[in-house]
Design a protein around this ligand. Structure first.
Ligand SMILES: NC(=O)c1ccc[n+]([C@@H]2O[C@H](COP(=O)([O-])OP(=O)(O)OC[C@H]3O[C@@H](n4cnc5c(N)ncnc54)[C@H](OP(=O)(O)O)[C@@H]3O)[C@@H](O)[C@H]2O)c1
Length: 345
């Protein structure tokens, strides 16, 4: 298999750093370019980035001279694929244009997630949606990664979707790292819970329907799944905890749900795919961010589920997603791996 040259847009941010961590040791992709608005032709990655993922910036990228974002639009193909970790307004100006120039884009930004021609992917849930790209006009592909909390919800709902009746009520307890760096002011979050995250509930309302929708006649028909969310920021570093409840088909008990969740198989032959993407924690006080945020192999790619109960036809449960890995860079790299294996990259 030919290796692909890749770059990261927004390489200095929290998701950008997770991309660096994942891609510096990737068997299929060579990380060759890092993009920043602070690029001046001389600045290196080390010395510019405020590295948060360990004692040292990985040596293979520390000396990379940062490139300007606009350089992906020049038509010079320094990279085959870019992973985008940009805020939505900056991404909006770059991502489609880059795809038209022939650069493949896998994006974490929200700006194109709901566009009708763009796949919004969790590979284990809706891998078939990549077919949306068949017959595309742009030379490069553009594929998007969902909102981090959406990932933590759709992964456990996927294997039980046929049992759910009516709306799904959701409360999220979201980590500080979900707000990027420097993120939320310490005086707002230390010892506190903030019951508002700008734009988050809107994303949780619209994205699950697209991801769990079906591909018909070259477009996605949204699932009728209705999500009723409440989102809060909590003083936790990594890992979004999600509680969900829904009415389930008559006769369903907790064991039925637990079996379906435990039986969900991973994707074979993709380096970032865990053997089982969902793990059920049977302890009465799990999952929790401090113990379960880095579950799985690769770490952080498994969504943990626990406290499944069914009483009077109502299911209640918790899930936990690592927001920067399965909810961010890790899921995006898994999408790229699937795209490469299926010949889209
Ligand atoms: N954090 C998460 O858990 C998470 C999960 C899923 C998706 N996302 C999405 O991923 C993207 C990146 O999030 P993040 O958490 O990594 O954010 P972040 O820590 O704030 O990093 C964003 C990076 O984008 C660059 N940038 C370019 N234009 C910018 C502008 N106008 N304002 C601010 N930064 C700008 C900055 O790098 P330079 O200064 O070097 O240009 C910055 O380091 C966002 O779209 C976010 O919604 C985040």
């Amino acid at each position: 298999m030919d290796r692909l040259r890749c770059g990261i847009l927004g390489a200095t941010g929290i998701i950008g750093q997770r991309f660096v961590q994942t891609l510096t040791r990737h068997p299929w992709f060579d990380l060759v370019s890092l993009y920043s608005s602070r690029a001046d032709g001389k600045r290196r990655y080390e010395g510019t980035v405020n590295w948060l993922l360990g004692p040292e910036v990985p040596s293979s990228v520390s000396d990379i001279v940062l490139s300007e974002y606009g350089s992906i639009l020049t038509g010079r193909k320094d990279v085959d694929v870019v992973f985008s970790a940009l805020p939505a307004d900056t991404a909006q100006k770059l991502e489609r244009k880059a795809a038209r120039k022939g650069i493949h884009v896998i994006s974490n930004s929200s700006c194109h997630r709901m566009d009708r021609d763009i796949p919004l992917m969790v590979p284990e849930v809706n891998g078939d949606h990549l077919k949306l790209l068949d017959g595309r006009k742009d030379k490069g592909i553009l594929v998007t990664n969902p909102n981090c909390t959406t990932v933590g919800l759709v992964m456990p709902l996927d294997p039980i979707r046929d049992l759910i009746e009516g709306e799904v009520h959701v409360s999220s307890y979201q980590a500080i790292s979900g707000a990027g760096y420097p993120g939320v002011a310490s005086l707002d979050i230390y010892g506190n819970v903030v019951p508002f995250i700008n734009g988050e509930e809107e994303k949780l309302i619209e994205e699950p329907g697209k991801i769990m929708g079906s591909l018909k006649g070259g477009s996605i028909r949204s699932s009728p799944l209705k999500v009723v969310p409440n989102c809060a920021r909590v003083g936790v570093k990594d890992g979004h905890l999600v509680s969900f409840s829904a009415r389930v088909e008559k006769g369903t008990d907790a064991d039925d749900i637990i079996k379906l969740i435990g039986a969900k198989k991973g994707l074979k032959g993709l380096p970032s795919a865990p053997e089982r993407p969902l793990v059920y924690r049977k302890e009465r006080d799990r999952p929790r961010p401090d113990l379960d945020s880095f579950s799985g192999d690769p770490p952080g790619m498994v969504v943990s589920v626990g406290r499944v109960r069914v009483d009077d036809g109502m299911l209640r449960a918790f899930s936990l997603v690592n927001n920067t890995i399965r909810g961010g860079a890790g899921n995006a790299v898994l999408i790229a791996e699937q795209c490469k294996r299926e010949g889209y990259l």
